[in-house]
Design a protein. Structure first.
Length: 705
């Protein structure tokens, strides 16, 4: 189970609320969650109170320890830390519960070394000039307020950083989370000397004399020993002089010049990104001391006085607050000045894609919206559509290598991804966000195959959830028929045997059937397949028309074509009729048979293909007709082409082809006639005087006279 830093902080707050309320802010570590390493105890003790703790469930005062700095909580499993704050007569107890399941099995040498290091030392000290190196294969987030995880990197700060703080860091390999705390040391110490003078300055303007047996004068005023507070106009400089109360000529007189009030200048990085530098604008004798940074987790850092101070934070973090500085002139305290600041090194979260279709496959054009953090600007790029013919994989090397085009500003108008022309199309969309500070998010990627045309038929698939996808195939032909007639094209990958409706099926749109495993379509005696102004192609499929016993309602055709086109490759087409039957009855259509077998049988009459004003082509195929009167092809008008095919009739009377007013080409084919009685004057190919035999060669005949 994973918990983000944000969830952990909320859980910790609820626990503390029950135990005592606002103390949650004082516990920097641990926080609620499931961690793969033992946790340090780090408290914010800037209030000067005393703290006691225990992690055995015992009372922190009677059976606990006094807290005097960060310490490892050497416990695994379910752990509850109790902390008691004592500040004079006021007491407050806090509690945090979390779980530790130690795991150092990160993959890769660099990852394992890093994890082992934070297992040993969950408090990592960052000093001037050092770095925290998080392996690139891990992801990290800083703080506990739900910042996005980023790819591992080298974390470093500006060399002049004076901001000292505790900063929690969580790293993950996608399965486990390790949490540790980075202690940022505030750099080198400044000037430590503070001068003693016999007066105090409070709030810049109040002058209070503190000297014993001394007298003083301000500017050209009278000498005095008055200890009542006096107001000074600090818009100009003042000179304070003092000497012994024994006012005698030659007494040594000391002096101190109070300069005019300074200003605290703040120089931030461009658009609040990067370090912030605080500097003094005023007399060169001024120095300042940091009293409070206002940043979360800050601690009393450096002791000393500085001419300027720089605040910085790591990449992936953002802080803001009001920094408070005490000002000294030649080591004499003058007053405090504060200034607000913002350091934004935190990139926005990756944009999120909201598509009009769920999943990796879509059945229609996709409208794609892109959501991002408020105030950020989104840029996106779309690949060219890539035709996808092999739908067996979704993340092939080819698709991984697809690049995207130029990036454009997203204007809250959906990105439209159109479908292809009878082919599935793959798209890749990438997007990133930038915030006001110029931080750039990680790149988000969306992939989709838009496929209006490819469906799956599997007779063994469960009915529940069937949508025609590879994962949830249709399991009945009725489902396929609905898809066929509502679109302009549909391709079906077929496994198993399917029975067509008893009333047959009318196809008014283009379709294709590809056998995946033993694809077989059976139509009952009363049914037929009717194509009007549509096309049908099939690869490796078997089509069977069941035998009829001559009962009323039986159909004497298998396929009926009107202004249609059919193409069969590697198929078997069989029709068994009780009396008369024709496999294909076509008008003004195109019929193409490649490496396909056609077998038709009837008691009285059987015909393989009967066509009018159509184009009929057979290549490398087998045509067999069995009946009292049998013919493979009955062609009136149009074009007839037969190449390298085997034709056979088994009958009393029969022909291979009857051609009327037809243009014909017949090459490399064989004709076989098996007759129950020896007959004479029967030609395998009959043609009328209006038929043009354009080509007729390399053909053989057997069984004909």
């Amino acid at each position: 189970m994973k918990k983000t830093g944000k969830c952990s902080l909320i859980a910790a707050f609820l626990l503390v609320l029950v135990a005592g309320g606002a103390g949650a802010q004082r516990i920097i570590s641990p926080v609620a969650g499931v961690w793969a390493n033992r946790q340090p105890l780090v408290l914010d003790t800037s209030d000067g109170a005393e703290y006691f703790y225990s992690y055995s469930g015992a009372d922190p005062v009677t059976s606990g320890f006094a807290y005097d700095g960060p310490v490892l909580i050497d416990a695994a499993g379910a752990v509850t830390v109790r902390v008691l704050m004592v500040n004079g007569d006021y007491q407050e107890e806090m509690a945090v519960s979390y779980s530790v399941t130690e795991d150092v099995s990160a993959s890769g040498t660099a990852e394992r070394q890093f994890v082992e290091q934070i297992q040993r030392e969950p408090l990592v000290v960052y000093r001037y000039g050092s770095a925290v190196q998080i392996p690139e294969t891990l992801r990290y987030t800083l703080g506990d307020d739900g910042k996005p995880f980023l790819d591992g990197t080298t974390l470093s700060l500006a060399p002049a950083n004076r901001l000292s703080r505790y900063l929690p860091c969580t790293v993950t390999d996608g399965e486990r989370q390790w949490r540790f705390v980075i202690f940022v040391s505030g750099g080198e110490a400044g000037v430590l000397a503070k001068q003693n003078v016999p007066f105090e300055i409070n709030g810049w303007h109040e002058f209070v004399w503190k000297g014993d047996r001394l007298i003083y004068a301000i500017d050209d005023g009278m000498w005095s020993a008055d200890k009542m507070p006096q107001y000074l106009d600090r818009t100009r400089a003042h000179t304070v002089r003092w000497q012994s109360v024994s006012y005698e000529k030659g007494n040594p007189v000391q002096s101190f010049v109070l300069p005019s009030l300074p200003a605290l200048d703040v120089r931030a990085g461009a658009q609040d990104k990067g370090p912030v530098t605080f500097s003094i604008r005023g007399d060169s004798r001024y120095r300042m001391e940091l009293l409070s940074s206002g940043a979360s987790g800050s601690v009393a850092g450096n002791v000393g006085l500085f001419a300027q101070a720089t605040f910085d934070t790591f990449a992936g973090d953002a802080i803001d607050g009001t920094a408070l500085f005490a000002f000294y002139c030649d080591g004499v305290y003058q007053g405090n000045l504060s200034a607000a600041y913002v350091i934004d090194n935190q990139p926005p979260a990756k944009p999120r894609f909201v598509a009009s279709a769920d999943g990796y496959y879509a059945r229609a054009a996709v409208d794609l919206r892109i959501a991002a953090e408020a105030g950020s600007e989104v840029f996106y790029a779309v690949s060219d559509p890539v035709p996808v013919d092999d739908l067996t994989g979704s993340d092939t090397d080819v698709l991984d290598a697809v690049g995207v085009g130029s990036y454009h500003v997203y204007g809250n108008i959906p990105v439209q991804l159109p479908s292809g022309d009878e082919r599935a199309q793959f798209y890749k969309v990438r997007a990133y966000a930038t915030d006001r500070a110029g931080n750039t998010s990680e790149v988000a990627e969306y992939r989709v195959i838009i496929d209006e045309f490819n469906y799956y038929l599997d007779a063994s698939a469960p009915a529940r959830g069937a949508d025609g996808s590879r994962a949830h195939p249709f399991n009945s032909f009725a489902q396929a028929a609905e898809v066929i007639n509502r679109g302009r094209f549909a391709r079906f990958y077929v496994s198993g045997t399917f029975e067509l409706p008893a009333a047959g099926i009318e196809i008014a749109s283009n379709c294709a059937f590809v056998s995946v495993k033993d694809a077989r379509f059976i139509i009952p005696p009363s049914g037929s397949v009717v194509l009007r102004t549509a096309s049908l192609s099939a690869q490796g499929c078997v089509f069977e028309k069941a035998y009829d016993d001559g009962t009323v309602g039986a159909s004497n055709a298998f396929f009926e074509l009107e202004n249609a086109a059919v193409s069969f490759d590697g198929c078997e087409i069989v029709g068994v009729f009780g009396a008369n039957g024709t496999l294909f009855n076509a008008s003004s259509s195109v019929l193409d048979f490649t490496d396909t077998g056609l077998t038709v049988q009837g008691d009285m009459y059987a015909c393989g293909v009967s066509s009018t004003d159509s184009k009929v082509t057979g290549k490398g195929s087998r045509f067999t007709a069995v009946a009292q009167t049998a013919v493979n092809f009955s062609v009136q008008g149009g074009l007839f082409e037969l190449r390298s095919s085997e034709c056979k009739v088994v009958s009393h009377l029969g022909r291979i082809a009857e051609l009327t007013h037809t243009n014909a080409r017949i090459t490399g084919s064989s004709y076989v006639g098996e007759f129950d009685n020896k007959v004479s004057a029967i030609l395998p190919i009959w043609q009328d005087e209006k038929t043009l035999m354009i080509e007729n060669r390399d053909n053989t005949a057997a069984g004909f006279n």
